[in-house]
Design a protein around this ligand. Structure first.
Ligand SMILES: Nc1ncnc2c1ncn2[C@@H]1O[C@H](COP(=O)(O)OP(=O)(O)OP(=O)(O)O)[C@@H](O)[C@H]1O
Length: 252
């Protein structure tokens, strides 16, 4: 689904990502760990194609297509979606209208989706304006549900979310990835088996989200270099016990 080869990225003339190679097969969820400032958000922003993230060398492939120089809206149309760590507030733009825009040509029932995200009361408010941390995250999820991407990039989805809402968030993510309980109930067993799950790359600091989603693999990004790839829970345990520096030392 996603293949990154030898990617070097600069932001404002400074190399932030150095020779990143990463592959996320169809239907797999990968977790990205790393200390503050190691380049995790930069990697997501580069995959999505935001300006200011200059690819100096290397390639990003998505569904077999080289998207390294592709504009952001074409990447979204091709099936990549992102939930920001700190999404912007937009005065005068209603959440309902943004959710409809995210749906594009897909037929999406905004009210129905909002109910699933427990977000109906927010549809007529300006996007993210004075939303609490947890409300912003649900707003991001609702937009992704409307878009229905095949590759979901989630930047710290659980940060600022209370213990009850993190359960709902986990359910929403699973539904987005086609792994939800509700999803399974809706479909016949044959249809469910035949349907391919979506892929995801999830940044987490605390690892709480791992209690609600199934991770296929974890990666550690340290100083712009991917230094370890193995079971996500094992990585989390290592980081908790020994810290990132030791994790990097062991891997190298
Ligand atoms: N637009 C930008 N302009 C200048 N520097 C930037 C920009 N975006 C990122 N950086 C720098 O790149 C480095 C990596 O930032 P990034 O946000 O990718 O880290 P991160 O691993 O996501 O950190 P955190 O865990 O704190 O969110 C940081 O030193 C940051 O200051």
């Amino acid at each position: 689904m996603l293949k990154i080869e030898d990617l070097v990225v600069e932001v404002e003339g400074r190399t932030i990502l150095n020779r990143i190679s990463l592959e996320i097969p169809e239907g797999e969820t990968h977790i990205l760990f790393g200390p503050n400032g190691s380049g995790k958000s930069t990697l997501m922003m580069t995959i999505m194609g935001f300006s200011g993230y200059q690819v100096k060398s290397g390639h990003i492939w998505f569904k077999g297509e080289d998207i390294t120089r592709m504009p952001i809206h074409e990447r979204a149309r091709l099936g990549i979606g992102v939930a920001f760590q700190r999404p912007p507030a937009i005065n005068g733009l209603k959440t309902r209208d943004v959710v409809s825009l995210c749906a594009g040509q897909r037929s999406a029932n905004v009210e129905e989706l909002a109910q699933k995200a427990n977000f109906t009361d927010f549809l007529d408010r300006d996007l993210n304006l004075n939303f609490s941390g947890g409300e912003m995250k649900r707003s991001e999820m609702l937009q992704l549900m409307a878009q229905g991407p095949d590759l979901v990039l989630l930047d710290e989805p659980e940060s600022g979310v209370d213990l009850e809402n993190v359960v709902l968030l986990g359910e929403i993510i699973n539904e987005l990835l086609g792994r939800g309980v509700r999803q399974r109930e809706k479909e016949s067993p044959i249809a469910h088996r035949e349907k391919k799950s979506k892929s995801a790359l999830v940044i987490t600091h605390t690892g709480h989200i791992l209690n609600y989603i199934t991770a296929d693999k974890g990666h550690v990004l340290y100083n712009g270099v991917l230094c370890c790839a193995r079971n996500a829970r094992e990585i989390l345990q290592w980081i908790r016990e020994y810290g990132y520096e030791e994790c990097f030392r062991c891997a190298s």
